[in-house]
Unconditional design. Sequence first.
Length: 334
Amino acid sequence: MSFFAILFALLIEQVRPLARGNPIHAGLRQWARWVAGNFDAGKPHHGWFAWSLAVVGPTLASLLVHVLLIVYAGWVFAMLWSVAVLYVTLGFRQFSHHFTNIRDALEAGDEARARQLLAQWQQVDASELPRSEIVRHVIEYSVLAAHRHVFGVLAWFSVLAAFGCGPAGAVLYRMSEFVYRYWQHAGKTSGHRVSPALLSVASRAWSVIDWLPSRVTALAFAVVGSFEEAIDCWRNYAQRFPNDNDGVILAATSGAVNVRLGGEALKSAAFAPGQTDGFRAAELQPDATMDSSESTPGREAEVGHLRSIVGLVWRSVVLWMVLLALLTLARLLG
């Protein structure tokens, strides 16, 4: 059932991507703001309670709906529920238009347009970036966005679905990422102060939840890319990035397609709510997670590498789907 739920969700999302400013994403922002405003009292135990309410609460609610549908309506309706949840939490079209527009501008030789689009996407100052650095940053942001929108969701969904939890894993992963990022920047946009204790709890929880998916994504990139180089880069250069989980993914990507990643990071201009709607806001905020780092080995980033990244990501999706199809077939035959 997991295989078909993911397949249908991806197909629907390709045909009709979720619109910006939709009520679901608006509700998520209100939910995160309400929880922080009412339960963040500045102590660590208050932070854990607020985080649990904001993240575990929706996760358990999705699990409850799944169980009730299984018991009272049947597995078909339970699968439709999984498709609906995955449609909200999973998908390329929630970020791929940024990547495509920047790539098209670079291929047309319009570097000024590419810088403008990159600045709008990540809310950074890209006005002085040379061409190779534009490409490098686009690769880094796009790979991490693909992980958070697709592969991380797939990992947690597949693990918990195997234990009969339906789409709970997808909700757990995306909500943990969302509240971490939203609370980190809430004070810059709405004036709602979030305590350091709550921010610390959200950061620690997100790091733990993303630990396994980030390594699964890196392994998938190695399998469908240049395996030996990806593993070697993972082992020797992942620790050079400020964020351990992101470093694993970026190092593996660097080796898989032989491109230099890492170096001077762009500085965030501001957190702009108009660019970050709910789950759609999984793109990195550079000042939070991508400080300057040492570069990995590899070729200087070129526009051609962008197509290599697209191929790497789609081959990884195919790998995921083949593995899930084999597991589903084995379960049916067993």
